[in-house]
Design a protein around this ligand. Structure first.
Ligand SMILES: Nc1nc2c(c(=O)[nH]1)N[C@H]1C(S)=C(S)[C@@H](COP(=O)(O)O)O[C@H]1N2
Ligand SMILES: [Mo]
Length: 420
């Protein structure tokens, strides 16, 4: 399937929870949709389902599964040119806490490189006693571990930049959650013998981006992974095949993809990504640099912008919450624009630095409502309102916006993004 249009609003109709709508509107809507092919991707229309699938021979076995052609489009790409930009996760379509790899958001600035794992090498050098060079096979022989962790681009939910995205895929789709498998970076650094003078690590990828990033040695020795696995198989090429850094809870940009070089150094190297980009402007005009941690954040994914409720009645509000500092302790939901709050149910397992799904039963009375969610993490930190964020940071920043998101449900059931 080709990439969706570069305008994230253009496929809004495919993201209105068709199954949920059909369920609420009754069976008639379902058969109407199948007959007319409404909202179905082309593949689904080209191969109409038989009236009774038990009466015909089904398709052949295949080596690698594909999802049903009746499922919606998936990621939406905002890129210009096509090699540089982001591909947004349809958070309103995902279920549970794991993002399927094919829907994991992607940010790349120099295209997706083609890397032959047999030729790829990882070099660990700099202020070390014994520089190490490893093939991918050699790396895979080392003691490994797996962790379920969210990743979020610090440019997710950027404010003050037109065009304003109108749905949760556009406002929050630069985050996703996978099970990552790899070798602890600490093990490689111990093997290389980091010298006392080293305080930072510079990580470099093998793509054409120039996405070098400096990482404090303390974090590198703590919980960082050199990952080769994602959700039970090799990393996707989009997400860093064959090797990438996974830096739990820290901004997406330091999670260097297509990793090929780690250099122990005695200071941050002020690379392009950490000096011009990814430094965050504050209200007084100074810039905050090396902030790294993605603070607690949450968003309601249903009902959310662009969706359509079928009428008054029962709805299960759902969303995702996460914190770069550890566990999500509490998510509260308001249906009256922040006047009153109710505790949402948290889906077990609640894991540190992973997406946490929350749910709240909502009998909608059919009147206009403004829905919000607010996350508290294990440090006691509470997700701020947009006004609180602007008070500290002004309106001239791009990165690290974790403010509360509001969705307005109109009396006709349409759901709208509320500009913060
Ligand atoms: N080598 C390299 N690493 C990279 C990037 C890149 O363009 N090149 N993009 C970064 C950015 S900005 C983010 S948010 C994350 C995105 O990871 P993902 O595409 O797997 O979601 O990768 C980071 N690592
Ligand atoms: Mo990013």
């Amino acid at each position: 399937m080709s990439d969706p249009a570069s305008n994230p609003e253009s496929s809004e109709s495919s993201r209105q929870h068709p199954s949920r709508r059909r369920f609420l509107k009754g069976g008639a809507a379902l058969s109407a949709a199948l007959v007319a092919g409404a909202g179905l991707p082309l593949a689904g229309r080209a191969q109409p389902a038989p009236d009774d699938p038990s009466k015909v021979l089904g398709g052949p076995l295949r080596p690698y599964g594909e999802r049903s052609p009746f499922e919606p489009q998936g990621r939406v790409t905002q890129a210009k040119p096509a090699e540089r930009g982001g591909s947004f996760t349809p958070l309103d379509e995902t279920l549970g806490i794991i993002t399927p790899s094919a829907l994991h958001y992607v940010v790349q600035r120099g295209g997706r490189p083609v890397i032959d794992p047999a030729k790829h090498r990882l070099l660990v050098s700099g202020l070390v006693d014994r520089p190490v060079i490893l093939t991918v096979e050699e790396l895979k022989r080392l003691p490994s571990t797996s962790h379920i962790l969210f990743l979020e681009c610090s440019g997710n939910s950027r404010i003050g930049r037109p065009p304003t995205p109108k749905n949760v895929q556009g406002t929050h789709g630069l985050t996703a959650c996978s099970e990552w498998t790899g070798v602890p970076l600490a093990l490689l650094l111990r093997e290389a013998g980091v010298q006392p003078g080293a305080t930072w690590i510079v990580a470099e990828g093998a793509d054409a981006t120039g996405n070098e990033r400096s990482l404090p040695l303390a974090k590198a020795m703590d919980d960082v992974l050199v990952a080769y696995g994602q959700n039970g198989e090799a990393l996707r090429p989009d997400n860093g095949y064959p090797l990438r850094l996974i830096v739990p809870g820290w901004e997406g940009n330091v999670n260097v993809k297509w990793l090929r070089r780690l250099t122990a150094v005695d200071r941050p190297y002020m690379t392009r990504m950490e000096s011009t980009g990814h430094a965050s402007l504050m209200r007084d005009g100074t810039a905050r640099q090396f902030s790294f941690v993605m603070e607690a954040k949450s968003v309601i994914t249903f009902p959310s912008g662009g969706q359509q409720l079928g009428g008054p009645g029962f709805y299960e509000i759902q969303g995702l919450a996460w914190s770069g500092r550890g566990l999500v302790r509490r998510v509260e939901v308001s249906t009256d624009d922040g006047k009153t709050w109710q505790d949402a149910r948290l889906q077990e397992p609640v894991l540190p630095r992973a997406h946490t799904r929350f749910r709240l039963d909502w009998p909608w009375d059919g009147r206009e409502a403004v829905l919000q969610s607010r996350c508290t993490d294990e440090t006691g930190y509470v997700q701020p309102t947009p006004a609180e964020v602007v008070k500290v940071r002004g309106r001239n920043f791009v990165y690290f916006n974790n403010a509360i998101q509001s969705w307005r449900v109109a009396a006709d059931g349409s759901v709208h993004h509320v500009q913060a």
